[in-house]
Design a protein around this ligand. Structure first.
Ligand code: AMP
Ligand code: MG
Length: 709
């Protein structure tokens, strides 16, 4: 399952004349959120103009590698049975083709829709089902009014119209709402978009992996958000509808949208379905202005280093990142089962105590401690029992006991439970030794968590155990940040794709698979931008594209100050670049900058240096940008299994692993040795100052797993 990058919402029209030149209502409006960025609504005066624009947007998004969902506000299918009467087949797409072959339209809007509707009515025995016309005395095969049409063989409304409480019917051609006419003038266009532009129609086609998907939507689902936007002074209703609906769809978590598109009743395969039906309140929330605002942009000087410093110590570089960056992702919602690895955007609050009621911790017998007789008790057993999920409704009288199982709510009249193994039963009686404590073997309500308690703070990266805690305390949905999108670009003329045939001068791109996998392992969304040659125009275009599709950009290669170091050259040109000369081994200069507001980490090309710089610098920065806060990696002090002396001036990271409780390091420090990266299970950190390490001396060791958030 992949999500969509862009969302286009189309408000269609059946008008027989061009709309006024000045943007006005009842024309065709297009609302677009492109790669996460909302665009101004587009106004089209005619269907011809609109169809050309939609086709352009489809081609443009596809060329940019963005997956596009296009929503249209008219039904994609008729009630069950209609298509068969007309084409002889239940396939709704055959009816699209049938209409495309018959409907004529023109630049002015003049069209033959009533003639075609009359021909469709002729395929039914009784009057209808299509009704309503502009001239009472024309098209005798079309009833002027609905009265007298029998909708038993064919229903007047589809299952989704009923579910969405839509007032309109596919068969009404005239008098608002003229949905029937909009369909007749819209389905031929869909048929062309499908055949000429390779778009897939949801839910009829195989749409799951298609780059462009056409879907039926309906602004009526977000009526309350539209009404409040209009109340706040927004001008044209249609423009507001398409804007808000595109916005709501773009803010839906991809998994939720996918579920809305997949969980459909059977009828949808013939009749189509209105996307989002049954999820009106979610869509209204997301459409509204009080939906999460975009976070503020990063400041141009966020990567500025103190002037006059030649080689920046690692800690100063980290402090600069920590001070200059903040979360750049919006809050969103996520279902608890899907939330592992997501980052809370607000504290999670328990809706219910755990346990919700006092319950038994063991299988045994319950009674009131106060009512125990002196000496070894023998108590009559009440009939019935208390089990988990099946409580005992009555009250256990004083001096009586009841059978109770683990997890069962403690019944009224009981405050203590004795373990089954410590008792004997017979003839309706229970016997045990004196001395049990009041409250034994019971769990108090809320002894783990009270209702209303803060379970987890904002910024928490959710673990599997957290999901258990959230679920147990009644949470089905949590507020999380949208996933940070991280684009990865490899640069260099010498690079080719792994697995391909290589000339002697060429090397395989090793950084990109490594960096993409690392980003995914951190629970972030990796956006693969491919390999770019050492060519300034190509790299500029790639950075533009990456900035529109991702929140952060990682490049590798070309980050120094040489002739072919185009990443640093372009970032300097953009005016927001800082060349960081960090006192670090391995790691040549790091180029940091903003490209169209997106932070760029220009990593060294060397794979060893690229990974070390990613773990040491990019990781905490990405955590901050993603909403998880600044997270120090967990360090362990372990005895060295090696000897080494180093000069002062720069911090060093050695590829290392623990064997027999001691840190051993890779035999070669050569920064081209990718085998050593793979051999290692972590890094040993040697201080900025001079150091002489003897075997057995404690050293700082970071397992790779420490570099997480
Ligand atoms: P650069 O930083 O562009 O000067 O590259 C430094 C070294 O890293 C050169 O030997 C490059 O060939 C190598 N290199 C650059 N990018 C990659 C990559 N994606 N995969 C493997 N090696 C690379
Ligand atoms: Mg290079």
């Amino acid at each position: 399952m992949t999500g969509f990058d862009s969302f286009l919402v189309v408000d269609w029209s059946a008008s027989a004349a061009p709309a006024p030149a000045r943007p006005s209502k009842d024309a065709i409006w297009l609302g677009l959120v492109q790669g996460g960025t909302p665009q101004d609504p587009l106004y089209c005066r005619t269907r011809t103009e609109a169809e050309a624009r939609i086709a352009d947007i489809i081609a443009g998004e596809r060329a940019a590698g963005r997956r596009l969902l296009v929503g249209f506000d008219f039904p994609f299918g008729y009630p069950i049975g209609t298509a068969r009467r007309i084409t002889g087949s239940d396939d709704p797409l055959a009816l699209w083709d049938w209409l495309e072959a018959r409907i004529t339209d023109s630049d002015t809007g003049a069209n033959n829709r009533f003639d075609v509707a009359e021909a469709m009515n002729a395929r039914f025995d009784d009057p209808g089902p299509f009704w309503g016309k502009t001239h009472a005395d024309r098209w005798p095969g079309i009833p002027y009014r609905k009265a007298g049409i029998d909708y038993t063989e064919i229903a007047e409304k589809r299952a989704c119209d009923v579910a969405a409480k839509a007032a309109s019917s596919c068969f009404q051609l005239c008098f608002p709402p003229t949905v029937g006419s909009q369909m007749l003038m819209g389905l031929p266009m869909l048929s062309r978009l499908r055949r000429q532009h390779g778009a897939r129609a949801w839910p009829f086609d195989d749409w799951q992996d298609a780059p462009t998907v056409l879907a039926e939507i309906w602004p009526g689902l977000i009526e309350s958000a539209v009404t409040s936007a209009l109340g706040a002074g927004a001008p044209i209703r249609d423009a507001v509808q398409v804007t808000l609906l595109a916005r709501a769809l773009s803010r839906l978590p991809a998994a939720d949208l996918n579920a809305m598109m997949t969980d459909l009743p059977q009828a949808a395969q013939q009749e189509a379905w209105i996307l989002g039906t049954g999820h009106e309140s979610t869509l209204n929330d997301l459409a509204g202005d009080d939906a999460p605002p975009a976070p503020p942009p990063l400041r141009d000087d966020c990567f500025a280093m103190p002037a006059g410093v030649d080689w920046t110590p690692v800690d100063d570089a980290l402090a600069t990142l920590r001070a200059g960056l903040h979360p750049v992702v919006r809050p969103a919602h996520c279902n608890v089962p899907d939330a592992c690895g997501r980052i809370l955007s607000a504290p999670a609050i328990a809706r219910r105590a755990n346990p919700p009621t006092p319950n038994s911790a063991v299988d045994g017998y319950g009674f009131a401690h106060d009512s125990l007789p002196p000496g070894d008790p023998v108590l009559p057993l009440v009939s019935g029992r208390a089990a988990a999920g099946v409580p005992y409704d009555g009250t256990v009288p004083p001096g009586h006991a009841i059978r109770i199982l683990t997890g069962a709510a403690v019944p009224a009249g009981v405050d203590t439970v004795i373990l089954e193994e410590d008792t004997r039963t017979g003839a309706g009686q229970l016997a045990f030794r004196a001395g049990i404590k009041r409250g034994a073997n019971t769990r108090k309500a809320g002894e783990d968590v009270d209702a209303g308690a803060e379970l987890l703070p904002k910024g928490r990266v959710l673990t599997p155990a957290d999901l258990a805690l959230l679920a147990a305390t009644g949470l089905g949905v949590v507020e999380v940040f949208e996933r940070l999108r991280v684009a990865v670009i490899s640069t260099g003329d010498e690079l080719i794709e792994a697995g391909g045939a290589a000339n002697p001068g060429q090397i395989y791109d090793a950084n990109r698979p490594m960096l993409l996998a690392q980003i995914r392992a951190w629970g972030l969304e990796a956006v693969d931008m491919g390999r770019i040659p050492d060519d300034r125009a190509a790299l500029r275009a790639a950075l533009d594209d990456a900035a529109s599709r991702a929140d952060v950009i990682l490049t590798s290669g070309g980050a120094s100050a040489g002739d072919e170091d185009h990443v640093s050259a372009l970032l300097s040109e953009a005016g927001a670049m800082q060349q960081w000369r960090i006192a670090l081994k391995p790691g040549r200069p790091l180029a940091l900058g903003l490209w169209q507001g997106a932070p760029v980490f220009g990593l060294p090309g060397n794979p060893v240096a690229a990974l070390v710089c990613t773990l040491i610098f990019a990781r905490p920065a990405l955590g901050l940008l993603a909403g998880a806060g600044w997270q120090e990696p967990q360090v362990f002090h372990v005895p060295a299994a090696f000897e080494k002396s180093k000069k002062p001036g720069r911090r060093e990271y050695l590829r290392a692993r623990i064997r027999d409780g001691r840190a051993e390091v890779f035999a070669s420090e050569g920064s081209g040795r990718i085998s050593g990266l793979s051999w290692a299970e972590g890094l040993v950190e040697l201080p900025d100052a001079a150091a002489t390490i003897q075997a057995g001396d404690p050293v700082r060791y970071y397992p790779f797993g420490s570099f997480a958030f």
